[in-house]
Design a protein. Structure first.
Length: 527
């Protein structure tokens, strides 16, 4: 509590944030009696009317979220940003990893596991929804569709909030919303489930890009690359493992709804973990909280300098991306993210049915995807090794090449009509897991501090945007052959490969202050 109080001391009362959290928690608890009363009906609530306690609880969640936001978000943002513009905080290039760095990595990994497991639970809830609501799969597909739409909105929104109000405020506010959306599991109608799952996606969508932005600023240069890839990769894979484990443990007893209601304890854990996430020293200095800033810098071995001191000598190494090159790289990474979403939420989900239609056994087609999570785990470590020891730019392009080879072999499988699908699927899984492990850390390392959160959030949104497009085709009833699908996905993938090779810059071992210095010089010249 004291640590939370010190990190929030100059905002609009720490107690406003605490009161907001309590109100949201009580609002969620108001929905539990309805769920408990349905025990005799196997926890099925379809068609039941909402009682006054549930309606009051929903209002309490809305009010509590607003109060928490009031306590978290500062008011004099313009003055703060003006002060922050002349401050640069970074760890020396030769700094060693200390307990603070390892602790931050552990906390953020656990936070990502909790964050990822909720969207990952979507697939486990669909069969239960179909059975309880008595609607076809096409209709229930609206739930994951709107949940993915929410993550797209959330990735952009939280990236913007992170740049404007600070990394920690963004993480804590998204965690509060995450708690509130657990009432999705108590909604008696499919329409309410769709609405609440959209909000859940919006709350969950911002954690990943903000985490990458925070880590990029806290880790020493020589350790930044592998730590970014490892934390993000383990968080993503761990989230899927946690979702499947929670489903296997709880769903046979409590039904599919428990997977959403579990957002209450896991979301509160996320809020408590926020107490161990440090506030940016740059943010603290901009708000004249010098002692707290110095304490954070001592823990992480960082030092503060004036931006002018960096700019006088000019940025070191290769020039930073500005203007046309900056937007060119953003386009390249967005196309890469879009391709990943199309493959992960589209092609790999459609492939088993296509294989069965061609005469392959159901067991083989199901096993291919079931083993994907196991294949993804070592891929994270391989990607981290290549990213940190070889090249950030070329490790990403290599993963794109592997993905293109997989797409090419899937296309060949379609044209020939026979052959083993093991190698094509293996290449797709290794390539796409490598892409998702690298693309967001590379984005976070490639853009200046002023736009880092927004740029990373934008690229993260495109990973979900690809899935949104794929799910939209399914809902609309448009069934493309695997041959056509492979060809269509190859186009943005191939284009992203060329654009990253053209606009990409090596970030391995590079001081992120170079980006800020070059950005400031260009900005000053233009004004």
């Amino acid at each position: 509590m004291e640590q939370m109080k010190s990190t929030l001391s100059d905002r609009q009362a720490v107690w406003a944030f605490i009161a907001g959290c309590i109100a949201v928690t009580l609002g969620v608890c108001a929905h539990w009696p309805m769920f408990s009363m349905a025990r005799a009906m196997n926890y099925q609530l379809a068609g039941m009317p909402m009682d006054n306690a549930m309606l009051f609880g929903m209002a309490l969640i809305v009010v509590g979220t607003g109060v928490a936001a009031y306590g978290l978000l500062p008011r004099d943002v313009a003055a703060q940003r003006e002060k922050a513009a002349d401050i640069v905080v970074a760890a020396p290039e030769d700094a060693h990893l200390g307990p603070a760095h390892w602790g931050l990595m552990g906390v953020l990994t656990l936070a990502l596991i909790i964050d990822v497991m909720k969207p990952a639970s979507l697939g486990f809830t669909v069969p239960g929804m179909i059975s309880e609501y008595g609607v076809p799969k096409k209709t229930v597909s609206l739930v994951p569709f709107f949940a993915l739409a929410g993550t797209v909105v959330g990735s952009v929104l939280w990236g913007w909030i992170a740049d404007l109000y600070g990394r920690k405020a963004s993480i804590l506010l998204s965690a509060v919303m995450f708690v509130g959306t657990s009432i999705c599991g108590a909604m008696p109608s499919l329409a309410w489930n769709i609405a609440m799952c959209f909000m859940m996606g919006a709350a969950a969508g911002g954690m990943l890009p903000v985490t990458y932005a925070l880590l990029a600023e806290m880790m020493p240069n020589r350790h930044r690359g592998w730590s970014l890839v490892l934390v993000g990769g383990l968080g993503a894979v761990g989230g899927y493992f946690a979702a499947s484990g929670l489903s296997a443990l709880l769903q046979p007893v409590f039904g599919w709804r428990i997977l959403w209601l579990a957002n209450l304890p896991t979301g509160l854990t996320l809020v408590l973990l926020g107490a161990f996430i440090p506030e940016s020293a740059k943010f603290l200095l901009a708000r004249d909280r010098v002692q707290e800033a110095e304490a954070v810098m001592r823990r992480f071995g960082a030092k503060a300098r004036r931006a002018n001191a960096v700019a006088e000598n000019g940025p070191r190494g290769s020039h930073a991306l500005v203007g046309f090159e900056l937007y060119g790289k953003l386009t390249a990474l967005s196309l890469c993210a879009l391709s990943w979403g199309l493959i992960n939420f589209g092609l790999l989900l459609w492939l088993p049915a296509d294989l069965v239609a061609k005469g392959y056994s159901v067991g083989l087609s199901s096993r291919l995807l079931a083993e994907s999570a196991l294949i993804a785990f070592p891929t994270v470590f391989i990607a981290a090794l290549l990213y940190s020891r070889w090249s950030t730019k070329w490790s990403l392009t290599s993963m794109i090449v592997l993905t293109l080879l997989g797409l090419g072999l899937v296309l060949r499988l379609e044209l020939v009509g026979s052959g083993s699908p093991v190698l094509p699927v293996a290449l797709l899984i290794v390539g796409t897991n490598g892409i998702i492990a690298i693309v967001l850390p590379y984005t976070a390392e490639s853009f200046p501090l002023r736009v880092r959160g927004r740029a990373t959030g934008w690229v993260a949104a495109w990973t979900k945007g690809g899935g949104l497009l794929a799910q939209g085709l399914t809902i609309s009833g448009i069934m493309l052959s695997m041959r056509v699908s492979s060809l269509l996905v190859m186009l943005p993938t191939l284009l992203s490969l060329f654009l990253i090779a053209w606009f990409g810059r090596e970030t391995r071992g590079r001081d992120l202050r170079d980006l800020d210095a070059a950005h400031d010089l260009i900005f000053e010249a233009s004004t």
